[in-house]
Structures are given as structure tokens and as C-alpha cells.
Design a protein around this ligand. Structure first.
Ligand code: AMP
Ligand code: GLY
Length: 410
């Protein structure tokens, strides 16, 4: 079987590795990938947004299945286009991808089907927004309606911060902004493999670290580290999440005719009233994919086929904890420089790469999040120690990382 993965970051590096481990797979291609993937997949130099070239490539190379990693191509309709050309594609169609692409779309669906989430109001002009925040008070959560790579959310602790975010978000013509009730509790990420009215929820959750700096300080990022399993969030909470959120949302998407085929990422928070939805994503989490796929023993192709055929499947996990610490470019998620030399990396399996390239025989940084170091252990304590050993092995003037990944689980 030939598999094509779309994307170029750490999530996709984890995907090509996991897919390549399947005995069923003879070749893995990646568009456009990164240079660190070259030993594990055929890296194809086509732009991620060049749908026509991607479809032609998939046809010419008799690709059996395309797995789309990031949200942008899904929202742009790549899955629709490939499917129309007769190519099996794991990743939702453009309309279904609105579950991630529009915060308002997801909120309207949750309200209609009574899925537990923060109370909200979508507002399309600055004056009403300012008045709304004055009336509601703070803390309040302010979310840009469209895609923003994890950076379109401001948790405003006071009115000054809220007004600043309002000024920012409405600077763009026609902006829609979602205002949400602030929820307090532990967050977790649950991946659900969905085929229309059928789903296989992962029975292992992961925890991400969204803020840039230690102690959950600083701006929101795409994610600065993750670990799994998350033993301090009980089976009971996961069961409630499945019963109160996952199955109802899958049913809701089916009733709305979204024909969802792909991963639905449920970002949830454990409140005093039980689990509530923080966000949905139309794809694997990054860096959640890196830790989850490292721990998953089940063959990925077998899993996709089970979802495709609507056959329940018991997932098999290694009896280990995986902890991943992201190394990111200084300045990320704001402005940062590229091109800093990175020493200590040489295709080792304990590193998964988001953005490195080779210049004159040296690895240099080539993006915001650069790589993740994956430590494993019998428990979180051990996994954490091992991941930081791997972090310290990497030397670069251009990188920073959080020192407290996994602390909440200890
Ligand atoms: P999102 O992109 O919607 O996941 O938001 C990014 C981060 O903002 C989340 O991971 C939370 O840490 C925080 N956040 C989002 N919505 C809320 C909320 N209603 N209450 C508290 N924190 C939130
Ligand atoms: N790690 C959060 C996300 O993938 O959106």
C-alpha cells in the first residue's frame, strides 16, 4: 500500500513514522515534509496548497490513501478535491472542517445539540464587543472566529487586556469574534477517529501545554509539550466526556450532514460541572500526535480501515508514559529568526522534527516550533527526566523550551 501524508511539521513526522511501521505499507510519501523526514519517507517538493498538483501526484503514483495532517488544506477543500478524484482521503471535507475553521460554527452546533461548553456570544463589531465585555466583566475569553494557528485566543484577566484584544481582532475588516465564559479546570486532549455516525475515541488522552512559558505564563502557542497517558484525569471523566460530548457531537455532525471522515480533536476542560468543550480541531493535535503515536501499538492503517468500515477496534498501547518537550525558536509565537545552528541532532528516533533544514552539512532552525524531544519511562517522573536529558543534548543559541512539561501530572 502507498500512503501520502500532507504537511511538514512534527505531527506529520510522527505520522509518517507510525504509518511506515505498518507491514501493510510499502512506501510513504510526504508533501512537502521537511529534510529530517527524508530517511523515513519520500519527501515530495509540491506546495501544501497546490491542490491540483497534489491530486495529480496521488493519481500518478497510485496512492491508496492520503492522510492530511494540518487544518489549512482541509479547510481549503483538499479532501473534497482528492475524494472527487477517487482517492481515499483521511481528513474531513471543507464544510466539516469548519468544526475547527470557525469557532462560531462549532459553538452554534454545540448550542443546538446541548453539548456542554462555555456560554458564549459572537459579535461582529467593536462597539458591541466593548459594551459586552463591560457588562460581562472579566476574566473573559476572546477568540478570533477564523484560523489563527493557536494564537487567536486571548484569556483576558482584566478589562484592559480585553480591550486590547478587541482592538486587535477588530482591526481586520469584517472580523467576527467569539466571547466566552472563562472556565477553570484541567485541560486535556482527546482524539476521536470519526466516520460520519461512527467513531473510535482514543482510550488514552494527552495533555498539551499551550502557553509559551513556565507556569502557564505568556501567550498561547500551538503547544509547547505534551505527555500521555494522563493518569490524574480519571477514567470516569473520560467516560463522561465520551457520553456527554463525543457521541453526541458525532451524532450532531451526522444529523447536520457533515459526513465527517477523519480525526476530531476534542479539547476539553474538567470543570466543577464536569467536562466541557474548549475547542474542536479537525485533525491530530501537534504535539499530542507525537506522544500518542509513539505510545500507540495498534497499526495505524488497521485503525483507519476499521474507522472506514465502521468496525469497532480495541486500541493497544505500550505500557509506558511518553513525555515530549518542544524546542522552539526564541521569540515564538511572536517574531523569531531562522537559521540558527542546532547541534546534537542526527535523525535519532527520540526527536521528532517540525522545522530543521540542512545548510552546509549543519542542521539549522527553520520555523517557530523546531523539534520535540520524546522521553519514555515506566511513569511520568521517569519519562520527564528522560525527555529533559534529550533536550539538554541539543545545543543551539536559537532555541528555548519550557522546564515544567508534565508537572501537572506529578
Ligand atoms: P483554543 O484555541 O480555543 O483551544 O484556546 C486556546 C487556549 O485558551 C485553551 O487551551 C485554553 O487554555 C484557553 N481557553 C480557551 N477557551 C477557554 C475558556 N472558555 N475558559 C478558559 N480558558 C480557555
Ligand atoms: N496542540 C494543540 C493543537 O494541536 O491545536
Amino acid at each position: 500500500m502507498k500512503v501520502l501524508v500532507i504537511g511538514s511539521g512534527g505531527r506529520e513526522h510522527a505520522l509518517i513514522r507510525k504509518i511506515g511501521q505498518s507491514e501493510r505499507v510499502e512506501e510513504v510519501f510526504v508533501i512537502r515534509g521537511n529534510e529530517a523526514m527524508a530517511r523515513e519517507a519520500t519527501v515530495v517538493d509540491i506546495a501544501e496548497n497546490d491542490q491540483e498538483k497534489i491530486v495529480n501526484f496521488a493519481k500518478d503514483n497510485q496512492i491508496d490513501i492520503v492522510v492530511v495532517g494540518p487544518e489549512q488544506p482541509l479547510i481549503d477543500g483538499l479532501s473534497d478535491r482528492l475524494t472527487a478524484a477517487g482517492i481515499k482521503t483521511f481528513g474531513p471535507n471543507a464544510r466539516a472542517a469548519q468544526m475547527e475553521g470557525s469557532k462560531d460554527f462549532a459553538k452554534v452546533l454545540m448550542a443546538k445539540y446541548d453539548i456542554p461548553t462555555a456560554n458564549y456570544e459572537t459579535i461582529d463589531n467593536k462597539e458591541d464587543a466593548l459594551a459586552y465585555v463591560k457588562a460581562q466583566g472579566t476574566p473573559i475569553v476572546i477568540k478570533y472566529d477564523g484560523l489563527a494557528a493557536g494564537k487567536g485566543v486571548v484569556v483576558a484577566m482584566d478589562e484592559t487586556m480585553a480591550n486590547e484584544a478587541i482592538n486587535d481582532f477588530y482591526a481586520e475588516e469584517g472580523a467576527k469574534v467569539v466571547f466566552e465564559e472563562y472556565l477553570e479546570g484541567e485541560e486535556f486532549s482527546l482524539m476521536v477517529f470519526v466516520n460520519d455516525d461512527f467513531c473510535i475515541p482514543f482510550d488514552t488522552i494527552a495533555q498539551d501545554h499551550k502557553r509559551a512559558y513556565d507556569g502557564d505564563a505568556g501567550p498561547n502557542t500551538g503547544g509547547m509539550g505534551a505527555y500521555c497517558p494522563v493518569n490524574h484525569i480519571s477514567e470516569k471523566i473520560i467516560e463522561r466526556t465520551n457520553n456527554e460530548i463525543v457521541y453526541p457531537v458525532v451524532e450532531a455532525m451526522h444529523k447536520e450532514g457533515l459526513n465527517y471522515f477523519g480525526i476530531l480533536y476534542v479539547g476539553a476542560i474538567v470543570t466543577a460541572d464536569g467536562p466541557k468543550v474548549i475547542e474542536f480541531n479537525a485533525r491530530f493535535g501537534d504535539p499530542e500526535a507525537q506522544v500518542l503515536l509513539r505510545r500507540l501499538d495498534t497499526d495505524f492503517i488497521e485503525l483507519i480501515e476499521a474507522v472506514d468500515q465502521k468496525q469497532p477496534l480495541d486500541l493497544v498501547w505500550q505500557n509506558k508514559t511518553i513525555c515530549g518537550v518542544v524546542l522552539a525558536s526564541n521569540g515564538y509565537p511572536g517574531n523569531y529568526d531562522k537559521g540558527h545552528v542546532v547541534e546534537g541532532y542526527d535523525y535519532q528516533k527520540d526527536y521528532i522534527v517540525s522545522a530543521l533544514k540542512q545548510v552546509d552539512g549543519q542542521w539549522v532552525t527553520n520555523g517557530g516550533r523546531v523539534m520535540i524531544a520524546l522521553g519514555e519511562g515506566q511513569d511520568l517522573q521517569e519519562a520527564r527526566v528522560n525527555s529533559y536529558k534529550l533536550v539538554e543534548h541539543i545545543k543551539s543559541k536559537g532555541l528555548f523550551y519550557r522546564n515544567d512539561i508534565g508537572n501537572k501530572g506529578l
